[in-house]
Every structure is written in structure tokens, then in C-alpha cells.
Design a protein around this ligand. Structure first.
Ligand code: SF4
Ligand code: ZN
Length: 350
């Protein structure tokens, strides 16, 4: 580590940026980090003046830095946004209850109002209760599907125009890889967008990711140098998540080639879908009205399974939700097989 910052050539360097390799002092690192997020927000036109923005806050490092930086940039550059914190309590004892305490402290520290919605209130089930029924194999599928809806419902209650989430570049690269490994072209296409929910599926509130190009390591560094108050324990139920394996793989690649994260995002952004590939048509769930490509959305199918004591309903091979997938059978070289969708796409592990 060189003694002097490569940018101001004055102060002592305290970090080497994982993204660029530049040796920087603390002040220059803050400036570069904040400026990059500001540029992402302005170049991608993520917000309009006067909008109410719900910051999805879990109490973890990403959303804590997101809340802090949204407040800082909104004040500094006069975005004119009305910022509020929105938290989802999945009901995971020893994890979410503790992480929500740090969100509550940040509510006071940042002077932002906070709304908390729980799975128990919304669905009648906490994650602790769901895990007792489904075990540790598919828990993240339930959690991800329920969280997605819960955030939308919370944002609707707050009359928010936009939801911002703390998904960082590593998360997005992971999601791209996961969708490639699953052959999920529809989600692969969506996973690279910085804004989702404002195009074909207008029944949901737009979501955006100001950290799309921000490395996780830099978020951790920023939180550390700024001494932000966040909760860093992993979810009790996370070790079995599919994403965990992809994450480990990505970290291995990143250690050899740091640019791999942005390169994967670039590859995902520029992939074109072959003509003739059928993509699901988005409609609304006939039961709850939430966006869905099926008659009944995944959350409703899962909830019904839980309530009827058939928790595997909506998951894997026992799913009633079948998707015809283009598949060439080896024998006749025709498209003859119906494949049930494998335990669907979970969301970000928070
Ligand atoms: Fe939910 Fe994340 Fe825990 Fe899985 S790891 S159960 S998605 S909070
Ligand atoms: Zn539904």
C-alpha cells in the first residue's frame, strides 16, 4: 500500500479500491464512492423531483449505506425527494428482530420515518413457523416470494412512487449467474435492469438499484470508515440457499479477476434473446391481484400450501404451477417434454 493517496497526492492512503485498484485516502474514497452513486442516479434518471421514495431497509450493510447515501445525496444535490424507510420483518428470531433494532436507530440518526410490515401480519406465518413446516431446503424460496410482495404492499401503504433497494454489483452478478445456471431467460433479462416494474408490469411500484455498479467490498469499507450502525450477522437460515453457492463461486473468480463482477453485468446487459423464445406473459393473480404470469401467483399458491398442510405446493416437482419449457428430447428431437419449474428464483439474501 503506497503511503500517499493517488488522487490528492497529499493525504495518507488507507485503502486500495477493489474496483479500480487505486490507493486512496479516506476523504478521496468517500468522494469517489458518493460521486459514482450520484452519477448512476442521474445518468439512469432513477428519480423525479417531488417523488416519495421508500428505502427498503433491512438493517444490513447495503441498505444502511443506501439510506445514509440517499439522505446525503438528496441534501447535497437537492434531488427534492421525500425519503422514508420501509422494513419487512420476516419473523426470524435472533436475526431480523436484532437487525430491525439497527434500522430503528437509523430512523432517529437520519431523521427518516420508518414503516415495518411483518410476514405474520400479512400472511399469517412467520419465517420461523414456515421453516418448521418446510425445513431448510426451500425456505429462501418462500421468503423471497413473500418479501417481494410485502415490499410492494408496504410501499403502496406509504403511497411511495419508487422503491430503492440495496442490491449491489455482486448481488446482480450473482443473480445473472443463477439465472444462467437455471436457464431462466425471462428472469435473466430482468435481472440486469437498474429499474424494474415500470414497463410491462405496471401493477407494481418501480424498483431501482442505485448500487448496481457498486462493489460489495466498497460498501463494507464505506460503512466501516463512516462508522455506520448496521447489523452484520447472517440469516440463521441462509447456509442452504442456492445463492450461497453461487456467491462462493463468484468470490473465487473475483479474487483472480476483480473486474469479473462488472464483466458479468455487462454480459448480462448485452445478451440478446433469440427470436422465437417464448417468454411468460405478465398478468395479475386472480386471487390477490398481484403481478403474476400464472392465473394464481406464486405467493398465493405457497400460502395455500402452508394453510392446507401441503407446504411443497408451489415448489419444485410437486408444483401445480407448470411451465412449458423449450426442450429437445433426445429420442425424437422434438419439443415434447413438460418440465416443472425448479424451486423458483429466490431474492437477494439480506
Ligand atoms: Fe429469508 Fe434471506 Fe434468510 Fe433466506 S437467507 S430465509 S431469503 S432472510
Ligand atoms: Zn396472489
Amino acid at each position: 500500500m503506497p503511503a500517499t493517496c493517488g488522487r490528492c497526492v497529499e493525504r495518507r492512503a488507507v485503502t486500495k479500491r477493489p474496483k479500480t485498484g487505486d490507493a486512496l485516502c479516506k476523504e478521496c474514497f468517500f468522494e469517489c464512492f458518493e460521486l459514482e452513486v450520484h452519477e448512476t442516479i442521474t445518468k439512469c434518471e432513477l428519480f423525479k423531483r417531488g417523488q416519495k421514495v421508500a428505502i427498503a431497509a433491512s438493517g444490513g450493510k447495503d441498505s444502511t449505506v443506501l439510506a445514509y447515501i440517499m439522505k446525503t445525496l438528496n441534501d447535497r444535490y437537492d434531488y427534492g425527494l421525500d425519503l422514508v424507510l420501509l422494513s419487512i420483518d420476516e419473523g426470524i428470531a435472533g436475526y431480523r428482530d436484532d437487525s430491525l433494532e439497527s434500522v430503528k436507530r437509523n430512523e432517529l440518526n437520519y431523521g427518516l420515518s420508518l414503516k415495518i410490515l411483518s410476514y405474520k401480519d400479512l400472511y399469517g406465518w412467520s419465517m420461523d413457523e414456515i421453516v418448521k413446516k418446510v425445513g431448510l431446503k426451500n425456505n429462501c424460496t418462500f421468503c423471497g416470494v413473500f418479501r417481494r410482495q410485502a415490499l410492494d404492499r408496504g410501499a403502496a401503504l406509504l403511497n411511495a412512487d419508487v422503491i430503492v433497494t440495496g442490491h449491489n454489483a455482486d448481488d446482480i452478478a450473482e443473480t445473472i449467474l443463477m439465472n444462467i445456471l437455471r436457464g431462466d431467460i425471462n428472469r435473466l433479462q430482468r435481472s440486469t435492469s437498474i429499474v424494474t416494474g415500470n414497463g410491462d408490469d405496471q401493477s407494481t411500484i418501480p424498483r431501482c438499484k442505485p448500487f448496481k455498479y457498486t462493489y460489495e467490498k466498497e460498501i463494507v469499507m464505506y460503512a466501516y470508515f463512516k462508522k455506520l450502525d448496521y447489523f452484520s450477522t447472517e440469516c440463521t437460515y441462509s447456509p442452504n440457499s442456492y445463492r450461497g453457492h453461487v456467491r462462493t463461486y463468484l468470490k473465487d473468480i473475483e479474487s483472480i479477476r476483480p473486474s469479473a463482477i462488472l464483466d458479468i453485468i455487462y454480459s448480462g446487459e448485452t445478451l440478446a434473446i433469440k427470436e422465437g423464445v417464448k417468454l411468460p406473459v405478465q398478468g395479475v393473480c386472480s386471487r390477490c391481484g398481484y403481478i403474476s404470469s400464472q392465473n394464481i401467483c406464486k405467493a398465493c399458491v405457497m400460502l395455500e400450501g402452508l394453510n392446507k398442510g401441503l407446504p411443497k405446493l408451489g415448489i419444485g416437482k410437486s408444483s401445480k404451477v407448470k411451465i412449458i419449457k423449450p426442450f429437445t428430447c433426445r429420442k425424437n428431437k422434438c419439443s415434447c417434454e413438460e418440465i416443472s419449474k425448479e424451486a423458483a428464483n429466490t431474492n437477494k439474501v439480506t
